[in-house]
Design a protein around this ligand. Structure first.
Ligand code: GH3
Ligand code: MG
Ligand code: MG
Ligand code: MG
Length: 324
């Protein structure tokens, strides 16, 4: 519930929540194989947090990767295991790269603490451990981590918003411009096929003129829905203009692209589109131009140009058809 509220907030302002964070109620993993030691740590932390203890360092990495932890507290004084090795494994795994690590070290461990800081631990405490200092350092790391999470989520969300067409939920022109070139370059580099479809709804202006702009919008939404339903996961459908769409199709030969295009065309033609809250239905058709990567000298522009020329022929030859 809280998450959806902050998402809505992000839509309006794309801003970050600066409200104070207690640094408590965190999920904490303690990695320590000495009973007396981890019991003391647990006693300090468990009142305000959810604490798990892992005594087997080899298991700790899996738990850290699978659990949803805000912090891992690692003792360097592990039997038969180098705590720093665990730290560097945590830093190198995608799932745990951002996970804060707090190290508990012996006074004679200062050289290892330095190495730990190099590896990317976030903070350390020397034994004997002062309980107030432990709580304070834990709270600080938890706050930092949550703040970084919020920031990252906001950036990601804002980026998604900036690349999404609000009417249809498809990628927008900005996304197309950012990703088409990379898709083309990658296909050329790997010597893989790729195709593009350009779709343009037929006589869309008359739909608006006859039934109103809202009906036109309903058609666009349903059109996008049908297009998406008939593509594969790797295809990237984008709304690049009013009633114009481009689909980037990686790993796709021209013959397959035209088969997909024909399938989409039929799905649009087959069932009438509901407008005016479902009280009316109207026939809609689409014309589609297909083209594919054909020389290493090709660019987004050259491929798109051939697809546009094919679309032009489809329109000229009577609409409601696929041309390549
Ligand atoms: P053709 O078969 O040759 O493509 O004919 P057309 O009428 O579809 O072509 P044209 O490009 O002349 O018209 C496109 C219309 O799309 C014009 C514009 O009013 C309408 N339009 C563009 N964006 C939107 C939108 O977001 N919502 C609605 N409802 N209409 C839009
Ligand atoms: Mg058009
Ligand atoms: Mg047109
Ligand atoms: Mg049109």
């Amino acid at each position: 519930k809280r998450e959806s509220a902050s998402r809505e907030f992000a839509v309006q302002g794309a801003s970050v929540d600066f409200s104070p964070d207690s640094g408590q109620n965190a999920n904490i993993l303690i990695v320590d194989d000495r009973l007396s030691s981890h019991e003391r740590l647990n006693a300090v932390l468990r009142d305000h947090n959810r604490v798990d203890v892992e005594t087997r360092p080899q298991e700790a990495l899996f738990r850290a990767a699978e659990g949803n932890y805000d912090l891992v507290v690692i003792s360097l004084a592990l039997e038969d295991y180098d705590g720093l090795r665990l730290c560097s494994q945590i830093r190198s795994l995608d799932r745990t790269r951002q996970l804060p690590m707090l190290i508990l070290a012996e006074p004679e461990d200062d050289a290892r603490v330095l190495r730990g800081l190099d590896i990317g631990i976030n903070d350390y405490l020397m034994r004997p451990i002062d309980r107030n200092e432990l709580s304070a350092r834990v709270r600080t790391q938890v706050r930092r981590k949550r703040y970084a999470d919020r920031l990252r989520n906001n950036v990601q969300f804002s980026l998604e918003m900036a690349m999404t067409d609000p009417l249809t939920g498809l990628h927008n022109r900005r996304y197309f411009e950012a990703h088409a070139a990379a898709a083309v370059e990658q296909s050329i580099r790997r010597d893989r096929p790729m195709s593009m479809l350009v779709l343009d709804i037929d006589l869309f202006k008359s739909i608006n003129d006859n039934w109103g702009h809202d009906a036109g919008d309903d058609v666009l939404r349903e059109f996008a829905h049908r297009v998406r339903k008939n593509l594969r996961g790797i295809d990237l459908p984008c709304r690049v203009g009013g009633e114009e769409f481009v689909i980037i199709m990686p790993e796709t030969e021209m013959t397959i692209a035209t088969v997909v295009a024909e399938r989409v065309r039929r799905k649009i033609e087959r069932d009438p589109f509901l407008i005016h809250g479902g009280t009316r239905s109207i026939a809609v058709t689409v014309s589609i131009g297909a083209s594919c990567l054909s020389t290493p000298a090709d660019t987004v522009q050259s491929i798109l140009k051939r697809a546009d020329q094919a679309l032009y022929r489809a329109k000229r030859d009577g609409r409601n058809r696929v041309a390549a």
